[in-house]
Design a protein around this ligand. Structure first.
Ligand code: 5AD
Ligand code: SF4
Length: 446
């Protein structure tokens, strides 16, 4: 009998991929991921805990499901992801309408847990173990017989989980555990599977991809991230390759040279800086200086001059002075990022900075965020104007109200007119004739 699944993903791309995998594993149990909440037999909330706001969003959605559960007691509600890992069975105390809590290393168990509950073995279950020696299961083997989940030409492939960096503000080491790399063969097998299913663009994912390999199973220890990137780029059918996220401290010359040597590696690099002040970086426990960051940017540009750079910035980290913040603005002026994600610092459970005493006033944080973002917006527009008159390669993603929509190698959304029969995944050349703050427009040339 077909059952209906509603799955909502919060947070990062890694969660998006985990949600897809959960949906595929559950499709083998007869669940179709096609439902609205009001028709679902199972609701999964795959949660994020990176900032206080992300967590609040999830709790308010979960709270609103209480009525639905009262109306239809057969509805099962599962909480997965980083908040599940962080809260474990405490979620039941706060939200008694939840049936299942599965942590970041345990969501593979979801089908078995559901079977047990369906057989009447218990009323609710929690599985939140987080082990240092966890081995990411070769789940690509389970996905083998699956039809393509969606028509998206672009997919994420998780190459590692967790993080060993312990930045002072970051919840990830406690929600995703210690850093664990997937074996090379598993990754390549998954990429080949996706390509067979029609995927054209692959993004390799990890919290800190630059240290891939140092936490590999023994047989793969010699493989660096640059090696993995080269192996993936060489697989037939991988038209475009991207990766995220990198930590500046481990960014090797060998990896940067890949942008010169691999034609299918897209000219975009997301390199989170977090702050422009050395004093703040030190208290954040980031193991690089602004000087080192700027050197890496210069080296990267020496290998691929047109590379588009984006970053993450936190404003109002505890103890951040006006002068420290000015250093962040000055770094923005020095690099002129194409775009950035910027956030007000928020305390997270089990992090060192949560215990720091010199918190920045909420209003000061808001005001700094506003200043940072408005300067970034101006720079983004100027950066985008650099594309005017240039011809860029665009991968078609779909059709919107205003014609076709795609993405450039530099990771810009590009709107353009073109023939109806162009399918998602097609590569076309577009000459840019309009630049906005967040997207480009142009004419298709071939
Ligand atoms: N407060 C605000 N922003 C944070 N980030 C991570 N932890 C926090 C926090 N406690 C931001 C960082 C990171 C991005 C994913 O989220 O900029 O790179
Ligand atoms: Fe959110 Fe980080 Fe967990 Fe991703 S790994 S879901 S960004 S807390």
């Amino acid at each position: 009998m077909t059952k209906h699944l509603y799955i909502k993903t919060f947070g990062c791309q890694m969660n998006e991929r985990d949600s897809e995998i959960m949906a595929q594993l559950l499709s083998q149990e007869g669940y179709l991921a096609d439902a609205a909440v009001s028709e679902a037999d199972l609701v999964i909330l795959n949660t994020c805990s990176i900032r206080a706001k992300a967590e609040q969003k999830f709790f308010s959605l979960l709270g609103s499901l209480r009525q639905e559960k009262q109306r239809r007691p057969s509805l099962r509600i599962a909480v997965a992801g980083c908040v599940a890992q962080q809260e474990g069975e405490h979620i039941f105390e706060r939200m008694p309408h939840v049936d299942i809590v599965v942590g970041t290393q345990q969501f593979w168990q979801l089908p078995a847990i559901l079977r047990r509950l369906e057989q009447g073995k218990g009323r609710r279950e929690v599985a939140c173990g987080l082990a240092k020696d966890f081995v990411i299961p070769p789940f690509q083997k389970l996905l083998q017989e699956q039809p393509v989940a969606s028509s998206s030409p672009s997919k994420f492939v998780t190459i590692m989980q967790g993080c060993d960096n312990y930045c002072a503000y970051c919840v990830v080491p406690s929600t995703r555990g210690r850093e664990i790399s997937r074996p090379v063969v598993d990754i390549l097998e998954e990429v080949e599977l996706l390509v067979r299913q029609g995927v054209k663009e692959i993004t390799l994912l990890g919290q800190n991809v630059n240290s891939y390999g140092s936490t590999n199973p023994v047989a793969d220890k010699a493989t660096t991230f640059a090696d993995l990137l080269k192996m993936t780029a060489a697989l037939p059918g991988v038209l475009r390759l991207r990766f995220t996220t990198s930590n500046p401290q481990d960014l090797s010359t060998e990896l940067m040279q890949c942008f010169r040597d691999l034609p299918n590696l897209c000219p975009h690099f997301h390199l989170p800086v977090q702050a422009g002040s050395n004093a703040v970086l030190k208290r954040m426990h980031r193991k690089y200086t602004r000087e080192l960051y700027l050197d890496k940017v210069a080296e990267l540009r020496s290998f691929r001059p047109e590379i588009a750079l984006s970053t993450d910035v936190i404003v109002g980290f505890p103890g951040e002075t006006e002068e420290d913040f000015a250093q962040t603005i000055s770094l923005l002026e020095a690099v002129r990022f194409h775009g950035s994600f910027s956030f007000k610092y928020s305390d997270r459970p089990n992090t060192r900075s949560a215990a720091f005493s010199d918190k920045v006033d909420e209003q000061v944080k808001s005001e700094r965020l506003e200043r940072f973002q408005s300067r970034q917006n101006e720079i983004s527009l100027e950066r985008n104007q650099e594309f005017l008159g240039k011809s860029v390669e665009v991968m078609v993603e779909g059709r919107g109200d205003a014609g076709l929509k795609g993405r450039s190698g530099s990771n810009h959304i590009v709107h353009f007119a073109g023939p109806d029969q162009l399918q998602p995944g097609a590569l076309v050349m577009v000459t840019i004739n309009h630049a906005g703050q967040h997207s480009l427009k142009g004419e298709m040339t071939k």
